[in-house]
Ligand binder design. Structure first.
Ligand code: ADP
Ligand code: ADP
Length: 218
């Protein structure tokens, strides 16, 4: 059982690909952005502490994030980390948490994409706030605009997907998260994925990098 990490800038397709991996290959998704949004909606102390950071597009402090992830880490299923770790301190904490539980090192995949594609992806993103499923008004539209295909509930646009916040989040990624590419490359557990291609092509490349079987067409 190998856990896996999806790295990449906002809009690269981490959530989209996580959904494919969980549906087809039985990974359990731990998406720190989704968990934080649930805490905010539920008005928990963590949600209140995280709110201002998220609105600005800054990272929530490491100790809050690591504690939240630790509470989620149980069970035997392999885990797919989506949007975590985002700093070197978080990556070191994750290595320690996994090894304390007798799990091997997680495999890291970085979704690489030209920056010019990201703004359009984020500005056209629509999300089901209850399930975290994402759509795109042009690239992955729901059957009926504004309505989730699965549960018929309303889709919303995230407040932090506004152009000014998007630009700040991309700068935060470059400064704080990009160094993780070297962190994982230097321990020989990084695969680079070309995330600028259509969703199915990206899924295929990820499947090959993780040595997963081709889904049956039956
Ligand atoms: P995206 O999918 O666009 O990359 P996320 O939904 O993962 O964005 O994250 C939204 C916001 O939640 C981030 O801008 C940040 O404020 C906070 N956040 C999510 N994950 C982390 C993390 N691992 N460390 C710090 N902050 C995080
Ligand atoms: P992340 O979790 O990395 O922030 P998402 O999975 O939420 O990224 O994708 C951002 C937006 O781009 C969503 O609207 C999604 O539907 C769309 N998207 C994801 N992957 C692709 C792709 N390969 N081609 C075109 N659009 C995509």
């Amino acid at each position: 059982m190998t856990d896996a990490i999806l790295l990449g800038p906002p809009g690269a397709g981490k959530g989209t690909q996580a959904r494919v991996l969980c549906n087809r290959y039985g990974y359990r998704q731990i998406a720190t952005g989704d968990l934080l949004r649930e805490h905010r909606a539920g008005g928990t102390d963590l949600g209140k502490s995280a709110d201002a950071y998220m609105q600005r597009g800054d990272l929530v402090p490491d100790e809050l994030i690591v504690r939240m992830v630790e509470r989620e880490l149980s069970g035997d299923r392999r885990v797919l980390f989506d949007g975590f770790p985002r700093t070197i301190a978080q990556a070191e904490a994750l290595d320690a948490l996994l090894s304390a539980r007798g799990r091997g090192d997680a495999a890291a995949l970085v979704l690489e994409i030209d920056r010019s594609l990201l703004e359009e992806r984020l500005i056209g993103r629509w999300t089901n706030p209850r399930t975290g499923r994402v759509y795109h008004e042009k690239f992955a539209p729901p059957r009926v605009a504004g309505i989730d295909d699965d549960d018929g509930g309303p889709l919303v646009q995230r407040e932090d997907d506004r152009p000014d916040t998007v630009r700040h989040r991309l700068a935060v990624y470059e400064a704080q998260t990009r160094p993780l590419v070297d962190y994982y490359a230097s321990s020989g557990r990084l695969a680079k994925i070309d995330a600028g291609r259509p969703i199915d092509s990206v899924s295929k490349e990820i499947r090959e990098a993780l040595h997963l079987a081709e889904p049956s067409t039956a």
